[in-house]
Design a protein. Structure first.
Length: 283
C-alpha cells in the first residue's frame, strides 16, 4: 500500500506561503488515493517555479524546456502506456510558450493528466504578466497595466472537446487532491487548472481574494452537459467555479497508434537489421 512517506520530503526553493506547497501536498495525497507507487509515475515539467514541483517528490521525472513539457509527456506516454504520465508546469509555461502544444494535446486525447499551476504571473522571472493575468494588472514589465484580456484555459479546453476539464484551488488542498485523483483515473487527457496565489509578485489574486471569489460547483451540476460546461467555463470574475466542469468519453490516441499493438515501445526489441539498413542509407 502506497503512503505519503513513499514520495519523500525535500527542501524547496519556493517562497514561504507559496501556493505551490498546497499543490504539491494535494498531488501526493492524490497519488496515494490512486494507490500509485513512485516507480509507476512519470512527472514531466518545463521551466519555472511550478515546474520545480516534480523535483520535490520521489518519482520518475523529466524536466524539459520552457513550454515543452507536453511534447515530452506525449512521447513518453506513447513509448510506455504502462506509465501514469502527469505534465505539471505553470500558466506561462503551459499556456504561453507551450500554448500550441496545449491545443494539440487536447485534440489528440492521450491518457495523461495536465496540472497547470495558474498563479497569473511569471513567478520565476520576477513577476511579469502571464497569459492569464487580468487586463490592467501592473507589473515590472507592464508599468501601465497588461493590455491583453486574460486567456481562459478552461473555456478553451471545453471548446476544444477536451475529455476532462476541472479547476481547483491551492488553498483547498483536500478538494484539490480529490480533483487530481479523479483526473488521473480518467481515461483521456485531463486538465486541472489550479488557481495558485503568488505571495511575492501577485498582490491582487491573494488567498483572501480567492476566498471571496471562489465557490464549489453544486452537486446538481452535470459535467457531461456541454452547454452547462461552456456557461460555467466562461464564468470568471466576481464568482469563480471550482470542480469538474466538463467530462466526456473520447477514443484514446494511443489505442489508434499502430506501433503499440505489439506492446509498449519501451519493451519492444529494436529490429537491428532494419535499423542498420536505415543507418547505412545515410553513409
Amino acid at each position: 500500500m502506497t503512503t505519503i512517506e513513499d514520495y519523500g520530503k525535500f527542501e524547496t526553493a519556493w517562497c514561504p506561503g507559496c501556493g505551490n506547497f498546497g499543490i504539491l501536498n494535494a498531488l501526493k495525497k492524490a497519488l496515494v488515493a490512486c494507490n500509485l507507487a513512485p516507480h509507476q509515475i512519470l512527472l514531466v515539467s518545463g521551466i519555472g517555479q511550478a515546474a520545480k514541483a516534480p523535483h520535490y517528490l520521489r518519482a520518475n521525472v523529466f524536466n524539459g524546456l520552457h513550454g515543452r513539457s507536453l511534447p515530452a509527456a506525449l512521447g513518453a506516454r506513447l513509448a510506455n502506456p504502462e506509465l501514469t504520465v502527469i505534465a505539471e508546469s505553470g500558466d506561462g509555461c503551459l499556456y504561453g510558450e507551450g500554448g500550441n502544444h496545449f491545443l494539440a494535446a487536447l485534440r489528440r486525447n492521450l491518457d495523461l493528466t495536465i496540472l497547470a499551476h495558474d498563479n497569473r504571473v511569471y513567478g520565476l522571472t520576477k513577476g511579469q504578466a502571464s497569459p492569464t493575468s487580468e487586463r490592467g494588472m501592473v507589473t515590472k514589465t507592464q508599468p501601465h497595466g497588461a493590455f491583453a484580456p486574460p486567456f481562459n484555459p478552461v473555456a478553451v479546453a471545453v471548446t476544444m472537446g477536451a475529455s476532462f476539464v476541472a479547476r481547483g484551488y491551492a488553498g483547498m488542498p483536500e478538494h484539490l487532491a480529490d480533483l487530481i485523483a479523479t483526473a488521473i483515473k480518467h481515461r483521456g487527457t485531463a486538465l486541472v487548472d489550479i488557481l495558485q496565489p503568488c505571495v511575492s509578485f501577485n498582490k491582487v489574486n491573494t488567498y483572501q481574494w480567492y476566498k471571496e471569489h471562489c465557490y464549489e460547483l453544486p452537486a446538481a451540476h452535470d459535467p457531461t452537459s456541454l452547454d452547462d460546461a461552456l456557461r460555467i467555463a466562461l464564468e470568471f470574475g466576481d464568482r469563480i467555479p471550482l470542480g469538474i466542469i466538463y467530462r466526456t468519453e473520447r477514443p484514446l490516441f494511443e489505442e489508434q497508434f499502430e506501433a503499440l499493438k505489439e506492446g509498449p515501445l519501451a519493451g519492444q526489441e529494436v529490429p537491428r537489421e532494419r535499423l542498420q539498413k536505415i543507418m547505412l542509407g545515410y553513409a
